[in-house]
Structure formats: C-alpha cells, structure tokens
Ligand binder design. Structure first.
Ligand code: NDP
Length: 406
C-alpha cells in the first residue's frame, strides 16, 4: 500500500522538508503540503515539479483548529504528520494525530503565543494518548533540537561510559547582506534570544540575564566567533536521558549588528508579545515587526557562508578521561542549490525528513511521546551522511579547547 504523508507549514523549513520528502518519495508515497496560506504551498509544489519532476498535493489548513487538522488527516489518509508550522500549533496537531491515528513529528517545543516560555510538560503529558492509540510522537527533529540530541545519544552509546560535560555550539556564519534579519521565523527567534539564559549544573538550573555569558569559540571551517549562552529546549530532555551529566550548556553565535538591532528593538518595546492599542486597532508589537522584516524563506538566494553546529563532550571511557567534538558544517549556497533554501532551513528540514523516514520505515517506532535521544542513534547518523548533512568526529586532547581566550 502506498504511504501517505502530510506536511503542515510552508515557510523556509517547510520548503526543505517538502523537497527532501519528494526526493525520498519511495518512503513517503503521496505527499500533501498544507498551510494557512495555500499559495505558499502551491509555489513550493511548482518548484518541486520543475526541479524534480515530482507532483505533490497542496491544501489549506488552519492548524490552530484540531477539527480542521483531523479532517485533513482523514481526507489525505496520512499515516504521519510532519508539523513544520510554528510551536503554537504543536498541541492541536498532536491531539489531531492521536484522534485521526497518524504518527507525529515536530521541530520545536510548544509555546503559548502569549507567554514567551517553552517546556515539554504539555507535550510529554500527551504520552498516554499516543501509547493508547499505538502511535509515535517524535519531538524536536530539527538540528538543535534534533541532530544535537542524536549526537549526544551516539556519544553515550559508542564513545563514553559516562558523559560529564556537554557544550552545544551553534554557529551561523552566513551573510545575507541585510543589516537585520532572522534566519527562521522572526517571532520565535527573537522570543528565544531575548529570553533569560539558563544552563544545567550539578542537578540544578542556573539562570542568567539575557546574553550575559559570552565566550569566543573557534568553529572548524569558520573561525572564531562571539558565542552567547542561551537556554535551548534540548537541554530539558538531555539532562533526563544522558547518564552521569554534571553540566550542559548551549551557545549560539550573534554578530554585533544583530545584537545592536535586537537590543534597540527591545528597548523601544518592539519585541513585546502583549497587545497594544494603535489607533483603535489591537496589535502585538513583535507580530507587527515580523511584517517589516525580510521573510526568512526569501533569504536563500542571497546568503553566503557556512553553518557549524555540534557538541563538545567530556567524560570517561574505560576509566580514562576523554574529550570529543562532533559537528556538521553546512554551506548556505549548496543548500540553496539543492532545495532553494538557506542552510538554517536546510539543517532543520533534512533532520525532520530523516526522523519521519525512520518512523515510517519502522526503525524508530516506539509508542508514546519521545525525544530524539531515546532512539537508537545509528540509523539517524547513517541517514545524515546520505541525505546532505555529513558529520565529523574529532578526538581532542583532554586539555585542548576550541575556546579562544582574549
Ligand atoms: P516560517 O514562519 O517561515 O513558516 C511557518 C509556516 O507555518 C508558514 O507557512 C505559516 O503560514 C505556517 N503557519 C503558521 N501558523 C499556522 C497555522 N495556524 N495553521 C497552518 N499553518 C500555519 O517558519 P520557519 O519555516 O522558519 O520555521 C518553521 C519551524 O521550524 C518553527 O517552529 C521553528 O521554530 C522551527 N525551527 C526549528 C529549528 C531546529 O533546529 N529545531 C531551527 C529553525 C526553526 P503563513 O505563511 O500563512 O504564515
């Protein structure tokens, strides 16, 4: 029987997912790309038809409505739904999948639009529903979260007896030529970066002011870049699943221009998430700002440079200390050539397709709601090498560091 696959969300990441699923059509079968604005789905479908000679279907859906998603799953006969819309839609799409009997996958942790806080509690709370329905829900199958969790699972399975320290290092050295633009949905991106920092040490969460901790990391194939400690969602599940952990942190690079613009916008209230009255119309400042900023889905053709995302691990193997760096380098122009999207969308969309592929093939079937590191990392690591995101493992001297001290 032909498989049927439903992708919801037609932004920068949705475009990559649709391309990569079409390139793996033998697994995904009949593909439907649906979103709030059907015209965006039609444009992507036309690109895929022209580039790959493959037809995919399109549909309009408001994924804030569970009943609309249930109807669409039933109409398309989808056995898996890839949620590539926004984190605000996670719960409605999960509930629709449990009701209409489809496996579920997303790339970002649920957030309520009116509260800039993300946590897994409400998604993990759906575990019993998915178990009862004999369905798998895979959370956070992008790059970070996603591949970074898989790197951790791989390190735990093959490279360490105990992992003590994890630093997740995310560098985007791409240049799109704009003074200020975000590489994925501006609202989600700016909420994340302007939030308080947080890391985990000796069993406790330690909170910092936003962007208060800065380090300079020397990223292979890129060079030294200012990197700031952020709270990032994979930390919440990794501290539950990685054995012997003493500390886990997440760093992301930002250029001076990005930070100056962001601080200025924050200071004048443009990152606000509560409604304000403007001439009798209620508007949310950050949503208004989004309408002014370049659409991340249009950055592909102008972005040059590379991303490097990976994890540095320190721990014990056979009684000796060990330090290992696992990372992927992705080139913006190569990503555009293949999928008409820049590397931030590419590094998110390829792992989303791989996670779904492993579920459909039965290699990552486990009823209930799960994070990436709970599955066998080996088939995922193999697919990364085959599907465009090859990884490197560097055995480091225990005293060696990629941190640049100035
Ligand atoms: P975009 O804003 O470019 O695209 C989002 C898409 O979702 C748009 O097509 C939008 O439709 C659609 N959408 C929004 N609301 C609804 C709704 N209610 N019903 C149906 N469709 C809706 O975002 P990106 O493509 O940049 O990002 C997609 C996701 O990927 C986000 O959740 C983001 O957080 C996540 N991400 C994850 C990363 C990772 O490594 N794990 C990294 C980067 C991003 P419309 O066009 O009408 O607005």
């Amino acid at each position: 029987m032909t498989n049927k696959t439903l992708i919801i969300g037609a932004g920068g990441v949705g475009r990559v997912v649709a391309h990569k699923c079409a390139m793996n059509k033998d697994v995904f079968g009949r593909i439907t790309l649906a979103s709030r604005t059907k015209a965006k789905c039609d444009k992507i479908a036309a690109e895929i038809a022209k580039k790959l000679g493959i037809q995919i279907n399109t549909a309009e859906v408001n994924a804030d409505s569970k009943s609309e998603v249930v109807s669409l799953i039933k109409k398309t006969g989808a056995r898996i739904v890839l949620n590539i819309a926004l984190p605000y839609q996670d719960l409605t799409i999960m509930d629709a999948c449990a009701e209409a009997k489809a496996d579920y996958l997303d790339t970002a942790n649920y957030e309520h639009p009116a509260t800039a806080k993300f946590e897994y509690r409400l998604q993990w709370g759906r575990d019993a529903n998915f178990k009862a329905a004999h369905l798998t829900a895979l959370l956070g199958s992008g790059f970070d979260p996603g591949v970074t969790n898989v790197f951790c699972a791989y390190a735990q399975k093959h490279l360490f007896d105990e992992i003590h320290y994890i630093d997740i290092l995310d560098c985007n050295a791409g240049d799109h030529g704009y003074a200020f633009a975000t590489n994925f949905n501006p609202e989600i991106n700016l909420r994340e970066v302007s939030a308080k920092g947080r890391y985990w040490e000796e069993g406790k969460w330690i909170e910092t002011d936003p962007l208060a901790i800065k380090m300079i990391w020397n990223y292979p194939k890129i060079g030294a870049r200012d990197s700031y400690l952020l709270y990032h969602e994979e930390l919440e599940s990794l501290v539950k699943h990685i054995k012997g952990l003493k500390r886990a942190r997440f760093f992301m690079t930002f250029g001076e221009s990005y930070l100056t613009h962001m601080k200025c916008l924050q200071n004048v209230g443009m990152l606000g998430i509560k409604e304000v009255d403007y001439n009798g119309v209620q508007i949310v400042p950050i949503q208004f700002l989004k309408t002014l900023l370049p659409d991340p889905a249009t950055l592909g053709e102008r972005t040059k440079g590379k991303t490097n995302i990976g994890c540095v691990f320190e721990g014990i193997k056979n009684g000796a200390k060990r330090k290992i760096y696992i990372y992927n380098v992705c080139d913006h122009e190569a990503a555009y050539k293949e999928t008409l999207s820049q590397a931030v969308s590419y590094t998110t969309g390829v792992p989303a397709m791989i996670g779904a592929k492993l579920i459909v093939e039965g290699k990552w079937q486990n009823y209930g709601v799960h994070n990436m590191e709970e599955f066998d990392p080996d088939p995922f690591m193999d697919e990364l090498n085959k599907q465009g995101l090859p990884w490197q493992i560097v055995e480091m001297d225990i005293n060696e560091t990629y941190e640049v001290k100035r």
